[in-house]
Design a protein around this ligand. Structure first.
Ligand code: KG4
Ligand code: ZN
Length: 411
């Protein structure tokens, strides 16, 4: 089946069209082919503010969605033109569209202008992120999905963003149609129980799944998320938003140049809760420790910045490794999956992979390709297929979707 997926939970506007086939529990597992993929990152816009500014994110999503829809459809060779004027559309759907897009006048204008000129594409279902994320940003995506569902008469599959991050790491994507048709390998067959470590800008959690539809959060952060620690410390070091990739590059340089951390930091940074008896995390102490350490320095040189970047990355990696080890001990997971923007970090990725390969060689490790680690719509489409396979009724229902900024997996 063909799914058109929409993601607008934070600062990436993304639309992807997937062809998804196969049963979840078959020998090969499900197969995914990306027919079209379009994404606009708002990073440069939010950089000025040092973080994501919700009202601005909402406005940018509203501006980007229709152009991205055209781009994704074009890439999928599904962009057929239709000779209907704005007026036709206006008379048939205008009242409902105006209601649906009441709060997004900019988007309504584009929808009324462009949608009448596009032929209904051969899509079977829409998928949209309903949360967690920034509520105003989520609503734009949801209302856009509702507008498309109305005009094209399609069902909508609501997707939890964190479920998307799990799917991004879990499933491999077929490179071509031919490969997809011929695939007889079992690379998307998943063994349970499954342990997921999700590390993003807003979340740090360990999720245990005993099958495709049961999510249990067995550990989570009590304050800042891992990505937040990267971003906040980066800002303190004078680096631009988002800090994760910056710190990661500097830490790599520090390792390559063998910058002696102890020369630039009076004491190592803490490894918060590393020895606690549970699977929870706490990262807010790291920024406080960096704050005090920086205050004690007379003049911050580049070598200081390099040393702090490396030490921060090491501290976060150490805590993540300790908690994953403990979680594997108690869960006996047969599959481990890594997800979320911070999983793009090569050092964290490789230390986790090495730890698991050394201590739990029986556990299969799955990590997302770097381009699917950060927010995208492909992962939302894959998760939607899993949702659909578990609850086929969705296709006949018209779910009333609402944004839930604090949505949790498993509720
Ligand atoms: O999953 P994501 O794209 O958005 C959320 O759902 O939050 O994650 C964004 C987070 C940001 O905090 C960013 O700094 C972090 O992922 N990040 C990284 C790297 N790339 C992105 N953190 C560390 N190293 C990276 N290479
Ligand atoms: Zn995310």
């Amino acid at each position: 089946m063909k799914i058109l997926a929409i993601e607008t939970s934070c600062d990436e506007t993304a639309i992807a069209i997937l062809d998804a086939r196969g049963k979840l529990d078959s020998a090969t597992g499900p197969r995914f082919f990306v027919c079209g993929n379009a994404l606009i990152s708002q990073i440069d816009i939010h950089k000025e503010f040092g973080g994501v500014f919700p009202a601005l994110a909402k406005r940018e999503h509203a501006k980007n969605l229709v152009p991205l829809l055209r781009k994704a459809l074009k890439e999928a060779r599904m962009l057929g033109s239709r000779n209907r004027t704005r007026r036709d559309m206006y008379t048939v759907f205008s009242k409902q569209l105006m209601e649906i897009l009441e709060r997004e006048p900019l988007l309504l204008e584009q929808v009324l202008e462009v949608l009448p000129t596009i032929k209904k594409p051969p899509i079977d279902a829409l998928a949209v992120t309903y949360g967690p994320g920034l509520a105003p940003a989520l609503w734009v995506g949801i209302n856009f999905a509702r507008a498309l569902a109305l005009v094209w008469n399609l069902p909508i599959i609501p997707v939890n963003h964190m479920h998307g991050h799990i799917a991004a790491g879990l499933f491999k994507i077929s490179a071509t149609w031919r490969v997809m048709r011929q695939q007889k390998t079992s690379h998307n067959h998943i063994e349970f129980p499954l342990l997921a470590l999700l590390i993003s800008g807003g979340h740090t959690e360990l999720v245990l799944m005993k099958d495709f539809k049961t999510f249990k959060v067995i550990g989570e952060t009590r304050d800042d998320a891992a990505g937040e620690a990267f971003d906040k410390v980066a800002r303190m070091l004078g680096l631009p938003y988002p800090g994760g990739p910056q710190i990661s590059a500097l830490a790599r340089e520090a390792r390559e140049r063998k910058i002696p951390t102890e020369k630039y930091l009076a004491a190592p940074l803490p490894r918060p809760m590393i020895k606690s008896n549970d699977l929870d995390f706490s990262f807010s102490g790291l920024k406080t420790a960096v704050l005090y350490a920086l205050r004690a320095i007379e003049k911050q040189t580049r070598a200081h910045t390099l040393a702090f970047a490396r030490e921060l990355e090491d501290a976060i990696a150490d805590v993540l490794c300790a908690k994953v080890k403990k979680a594997l001990e108690v869960s006996h997971a047969r599959t481990f999956v890594l997800g979320g923007g911070v999983s793009a970090n090569t050092h964290i990725r490789s230390t986790l992979v090495k730890l698991i390969a050394d201590t739990y060689p029986e556990t299969e490790i799955r990590v997302p390709p770097p381009e699917l680690a950060t927010d995208n719509a492909i992962m939302i489409g894959m998760a939607a297929y899993v949702v659909l396979a578990n609850n086929i009724n969705l296709l006949t229902q018209k779910p009333d979707i609402a944004a839930d900024g604090n949505a949790r997996l498993g509720d």
